[in-house]
Design a protein around this ligand. Structure first.
Ligand code: NAP
Length: 308
């Protein structure tokens, strides 16, 4: 069977870049995870993910709903805990302590952002590192830096899987990451480094972004601004991963629709492979959350949840 990205040519006629089929790759991965989840459940260790939502942020509600649905489809038991925006930090920490002790729960996810009166750092650090399936804690980050086993943040890890799907050998390649957030840009750079790429991290103070990207074999754009990466900024044959999630403004064609940080139509003409938005990185983020949860359940089933 041919790899997913070979089946989906770029949507724009006559162009050569492959559109990396994140939806298809995520679907295949989820099918494999469902098999593992069934095996674990049959052995009495059904994977379980607890999702905590505090407040009524509209986007968070959608994200949480999608994660719960994905769990159901994969055979992972999901426990949704929803609290009013007035829920206290102490109460939340107590709930996390209870979930840390619950042997039926293998992953704990607290949906961000939290209401202003709750310190997100304190909440993340309260989650046991053996259940930190978002990979956001300081210990998980330290494990990534030092190359120790641990849960990797889902979005950049999903990007790694998409890059791998193109068949590119990252060893010695120049990878440019645009964006340096703790959740996407920095862990992305570390994962590329671990794969032996030579990595450059760019951000809002980088004086000549195009000068950096034009030299890159792999570009990951994680900015949150449309058209940050255009065709003139890309070396022919580069692999381009678009993490951005933006909305097309009113008055433009396809107003209100989702778009990435990359000028897809333009970059398609020079890149060898590119992720679309939607249908690229987004589906992989959820798939990697499921992967981390199944992995955690496996560790618990083997009686060795500690991340040696
Ligand atoms: P963030 O925390 O706002 O970080 C954005 C980064 O972009 C910052 O490091 C910023 O630099 C940099 N930046 C801003 N303007 C720039 C410019 N003109 N040139 C170069 N760099 C610039 O955002 P994030 O959480 O990393 O997310 C980035 C994007 O990915 C957003 O659109 C978000 O919605 C999307 N996202 C998607 C998924 C998914 O599953 N598809 C998951 C997570 C995030 P400074 O540090 O100097 O300010």
């Amino acid at each position: 069977r041919r790899p997913a990205q070979d089946r989906a040519r770029c949507a724009f006629e006559g162009l050569t870049a492959l559109s990396i089929d994140g939806s298809g790759i995520a679907r295949d991965l989820r099918a494999r995870l469902a098999e593992r989840a069934t095996e674990l459940a049959n052995a009495g260790h059904r994977p379980g993910l607890a999702v905590i939502l505090v407040g009524d942020d509209a986007a968070s509600q959608i994200y949480v709903r999608n994660k719960i649905k994905a769990c159901e489809e994969t055979g992972i038991r999901s426990l949704l805990e929803k609290y009013e925006a007035s829920f206290g930090e102490g109460e939340l920490l107590a709930r996390i302590a209870a979930l840390n002790a619950d042997t039926n729960v293998h992953g704990i996810l607290v949906q961000m952002p939290l209401p202003k009166h709750i310190d997100p750092g304190r909440v993340i650090e309260a989650i046991s590192v053996t259940k930190d399936v978002d990979g956001y804690s300081i210990e998980s980050a330290g494990r990534l830096v030092t190359g120790l086993p641990g849960f990797k943040p889902c979005t950049p890890w999903g990007c790694m899987k998409l890059i791998e799907s193109t068949g590119i050998d990252l060893r010695g390649k120049h990878a440019v990451v645009i964006g340096r957030s703790n959740t996407v840009g920095k862990p992305m750079a570390l994962m590329l480094l671990q794969a032996d790429a030579t990595v450059t991290i760019c951000h809002s103070r980088t004086p000549d972004l195009a000068g950096q990207t034009r030299d890159a074999d792999v570009i990951v754009a994680a900015v949150g601004r449309r058209n940050t990466l255009t065709a003139a900024m890309v070396k022919p044959g580069a692999v381009v991963i678009d993490v951005g999630m933006n909305h097309i403004p009113e008055g433009e064609p396809r107003a209100g629709k989702l778009c990435g940080d990359v000028d897809f139509a333009g970059v398609c003409e020079v890149a060898s492979a590119i992720t679309p938005v939607p249908g690229g990185v987004g589906p992989m983020t959820i798939a990697m959350l499921l992967a981390n949860t199944v992995e955690s359940a496996q560790r618990y089933a083997q009686g060795a949840p500690r991340l040696v």
